[in-house]
Design a protein around this ligand. Structure first.
Ligand code: ATP
Length: 295
């Protein structure tokens, strides 16, 4: 207790540490509600609690005027459904998921949640219902409890422990001499990659988002650790709309639909079996990109 840092200087510290440690995407997304170009539209309304339908309608986006990163994307994910994004490096997968939390706005078309254009919603009400989980989650210097409460400041010890149980990390935390008060982050107790990921998953569970964005960079975990992380992810994905940049075969197989991006366009879409049958880009990627290890 008494470990809650001052919100302003705390954020500044986090900001500085994060600048060095991670890409701008994750920094803004996970920790700050600030993005210089994106702000609430005049008259923006808070979204009420979402069902979680996500829809792209004719979305285009360019970082630079001459080179569109995404063109004419349309697709829909039902509440609680799961969409897997695959495609070669540079295809636009990260750009696409950035649009869902309004890290930037489309130059054409629109992104809709529960039928509402997210441009007309307040950023806070949108981002508070979205969680973003990567394979390289960032823990700032502070206690495990601080790191977990980042998702939900007012979380009780019980809620926190419950989220950690569901993320298969509670027993590990309990086994540390200082438990939830263990200092982690750059100068603190070093957690393994798999432990860090499960803390990040617990943080996301605590947030109770309706929409989950998952960026599965190819992981370097051993198979035991991998299995734990996989179970934790399954807990997290349950009953939430999930949009995943997928590298694990198990994620791809769990998806209701796979969307294949290439050079900023959707080139194929369907289930794993359908796409393999087509013998196109997905079939090619399947043999080179996906990790077939876990069962
Ligand atoms: P990877 O699998 O390698 O992560 P990706 O499919 O996620 O790739 P994006 O990162 O979305 O691809 O990039 C899509 C295109 O937009 C690429 O051509 C990339 O060079 C370009 N791009 C990405 N970010 C920026 C940026 N901040 N400014 C300018 N161009 C960018």
């Amino acid at each position: 207790t008494g470990r809650l840092y001052d919100p302003v200087s705390g954020l500044l510290n986090v900001h500085l540490e994060l600048s060095a440690a991670m890409g701008i995407f994750q920094r803004i997304f996970e920790y700050l509600d600030l993005e210089p170009d994106i702000e609430d539209a005049p008259g923006a309304k808070p979204l009420s609690k979402l069902q979680g339908r996500v829809e792209f309608r004719g979305v285009g986006f360019s970082y630079r005027p001459d080179a569109p990163a995404l063109q004419n994307l349309s697709f829909e994910v039902e509440p609680g459904g799961m969409l897997a994004l695959v495609g070669p490096s540079g295809a636009g997968k990260s750009t696409l998921i950035g649009l869902i939390a309004r890290l930037y706005d489309p130059s054409e078309g629109g992104v809709y949640v529960d039928g509402q254009n997210i441009r007309e919603a307040t950023l806070h009400s949108l981002r508070s219902q979205i969680a973003y989980v990567t394979q390289e989650p960032f823990l700032f210097y502070g206690t495990l409890a601080d790191n977990l409460r980042f998702a939900k400041e007012e979380a009780t010890q019980e809620e926190m422990e419950d989220a950690c149980r569901r993320a298969y990390i509670h027993d590990f935390i309990q086994s540390l001499p200082e438990g939830y008060e263990t200092m982690v982050g750059e100068r603190g107790h070093r957690l393994s990659g798999g432990e860090r990921q499960r803390v990040a998953i617990a943080r996301a569970i605590l947030k109770e988002p309706r929409i989950l964005i998952l960026d599965e960079a190819t992981s370097h975990l051993d198979s035991q650790s991998e299995a734990f992380v996989q179970e934790a992810l399954e807990q997290l994905m349950r009953n939430r709309t999930t949009i995943a940049i997928a590298h694990r075969l198990s994620t791809i197989l769990a998806a209701d639909r796979i969307v294949v991006l290439n050079e900023g366009r959707i080139v194929e879409s369907g289930t794993h079996a359908e796409l393999l049958d087509e013998g196109g880009l997905y079939a090619q990627l399947y043999h080179t990109q996906f990790v077939p290890s876990e069962g």
